[in-house]
Design a binder for this molecule. Structure first.
Ligand code: 5GP
Length: 368
């Protein structure tokens, strides 16, 4: 997360994805504009980075110029469009390609296209790095679109918030609200279920246990549940997409929640990416991965004792218990690494009385 002036922004579109979109868009421009000696017109200030990336990829004769026609102040677009400044070239009979950083309401681009067309150019094409279809109120034809995005305020890659953020090489979106979204981990027998219950009450969070979500959807034969069952019945793994759609539906059930405890998900890096994308589409992010740490021997003893009273077959056999613990560490290692890279991993000592462990967990959460 980053702070610009008074607002917080969270990662939204990674550089790799932006670069890829510019590659595709530029390939198309190379094909369409090969013999036209186009004049690229970059719209300042936001488009400078996009213009430079496109120009680096354009392999034919061309010229470049910049204009200013800003309509934006703060985070809300205003309908006031300022005058076009900076265009010195004679553009009559030329093929012009406008390079915009972002098209939001479409007011700026409509104005710009009209002004340029009135100066007698042969054709005016529009290329934009980002486009917000939901925000657009003008009937416009955009010839080249890099990435379509939902109606969110973004910064980075040339785009600013009151002057700041243009130099970021990936795109961030405005953080919608302060949510505490925890990914809770713990080996079998670490007391994860107990602590999830306590934290849920204490912080007024919604506990999303992937196992429960699966069972609920399958039992109620929801569309996703039926789909998941069709894989399970064939002995196949349920694809991540189905699981993430179920979790998304679960998250949507309580949009006013203070946050969520994700339990049993993610299990792979791809799932962690999917979770981050899901939360990001709602303007929030994973706050922390918290793993309860308990020594293997303590776990084995706890589970064997539990097995004596619960009658759970998988708690009675020491070899099975040790294997479950090993599977846990194999899976967790990848995710620990994943969240450590984002400075979001927290290991918490899981040995002691229930309230002692809660106190340790709370110390982490209160500090997020
Ligand atoms: P439009 O006239 O299409 O509503 O707005 C176009 C201009 O508004 C863009 O060139 C850009 O300067 C600004 N703008 C629109 N959406 C955003 C956004 O999400 N972030 C930033 N930083 N600027 C935006």
């Amino acid at each position: 997360m980053i702070t610009l002036h008074d607002l917080q922004f969270i990662p939204f579109i990674p550089e790799k994805r932006i670069t890829k979109a510019i590659d595709v868009l530029s390939d198309q421009l190379n094909k369409d504009m090969a013999d036209k000696k186009p004049l690229f017109i970059g719209v300042l200030n936001g488009a400078f980075m996009f213009v430079s990336e496109v120009l680096k990829r354009f392999n034919h004769e061309c010229e470049v110029s910049f204009v200013k026609l800003a309509s934006y102040e703060g985070v809300n677009t205003s309908s006031r469009v300022r005058e076009l400044i900076g265009l010195q070239e004679d553009i009559s009979n030329r093929s012009v390609v406008i390079l915009e950083d972002i098209i939001d309401t479409g007011i700026t681009i409509t104005e710009l296209e009209r002004t340029l067309s009135s100066r007698g150019c042969k054709e005016v094409k529009v290329a934009t790095l980002f486009f917000k279809p939901e925000a657009c109120i003008k009937e416009i034809t955009i010839d080249y679109i890099g990435i379509e995005i939902p109606n969110r305020f973004i910064v980075g890659y040339g785009l600013d918030y009151n002057g700041l953020g243009r130099n970021l090489n990936e795109v961030y979106q405005l953080k919608e609200k302060n949510m505490t979204n925890l990914v809770l981990f713990g080996p079998p027998g670490a007391g994860k279920g107990t602590q999830a219950e306590v934290l849920k009450q204490k912080y007024d969070l919604v506990h999303i246990s992937t196992g429960d979500v699966f069972r609920y959807n399958i039992k109620n034969a929801t569309e996703l549940g039926t789909l998941a069952k069709s894989y399970i019945d064939k002995g196949q793994l349920v694809p991540d997409e189905v699981t993430i759609n179920m979790l998304s539906a679960e998250v949507d059930k309580t949009p006013e929640a203070n946050g969520f405890i994700f339990d049993g998900f993610p299990r792979t890096e791809a799932q962690a990416d999917a979770l981050s994308e899901l939360l990001s589409s709602k303007g929030v992010e994973v706050s922390a991965m918290i793993a309860l740490e308990v020594d293997d021997e303590v776990l084995v003893q706890r589970l064997l004792e539990r097995g004596e009273t619960s009658g759970r077959a998988d708690d009675a056999d020491e070899a099975i218990i040790r294997n479950r613990i090993k599977v846990y560490y194999d899976e967790t290692a990848i995710l620990k690494n994943y969240y450590q890279k984002e400075d979001k991993y927290f290991g918490v000592d899981g040995v002691g009385a229930i309230d002692e462990i809660t106190t340790r967990l709370s110390a982490v959460i209160d500090n997020l």
